[in-house]
Design a protein around this ligand. Sequence first.
Ligand SMILES: C[S@@+](CC[C@H](N)C(=O)[O-])C[C@H]1O[C@@H](n2cnc3c(N)ncnc32)[C@H](O)[C@@H]1O
Length: 235
Amino acid sequence: MIEKVINIIYRKMTMENKFYTRAACYWAKVPATIDGVLGGFGHISDIDIVGSRDFLNKIKELDKHPDSKLALDCGAGIGRVTKNLLIPQFEKVDLVEQDEKFINTAKQLIGEDNANLGTVYKIGLQNFKPQKRYDVIWCQWVLGHLNDYDLIGFLERCREALNENGIIIVKENITTYNELEYDDDDSSVTRSCNLMIRIFKEAQLDIVLTDIQANLPADLYPVYMFALIPMQKIL
Ligand SMILES: C[S@@+](CC[C@H](N)C(=O)[O-])C[C@H]1O[C@@H](n2cnc3c(N)ncnc32)[C@H](O)[C@@H]1O
């Protein structure tokens, strides 16, 4: 019996390792360009940044809005979001990215001597533990690379790493039907809106604002933006 359980656990761990190593191998072969990190859709980058900027502006209008001192860009790629969205709005921006070539390009594009560039962490989000407190933690087009269990753990650690009035932003593709879709090419999943909401709840996060990215080509998944805060305790 014990042997059977150990075998099941071992098989599960092997499958999960494959899920992560396959994704890392996929990204290692992708050119460090905007078109590369956006899977051939580099032309939508400006539209995406405008949508994100509008969303951040709406967050600033909330009664309890985050400060603009320190932000964290998760799964930062070549620093597209950091450079075009976060650096103009925050005093310092830290990055987490696991691909070395993307990190080197991000440093070049942002400028290693740029006073707004903070710490760059080379690690997968499934193993990342924030070392500082952040006003905004931005997660875009990367969370499909985490399994549900690791995603909940990651979001919990982010929740604990928020400053007062801090916010986590999740900007991800969402399936149109209420189903999970697996992409064998880049080893990622696309989740339904219902599943995302369940995961946020598990991680004890409340949604304070949502929006759908406008003006994207019709053949792409809808892209949802969620602003999340630590779950409010009912006294
Ligand atoms: C679609 S790109 C998005 C990059 C960036 N967020 C953007 O919007 O320009 C996905 C990025 O996630 C990174 N990535 C994939 N799996 C990851 C993981 N487990 N932890 C951290 N980053 C990961 C890839 O290396 C790649 O840079």
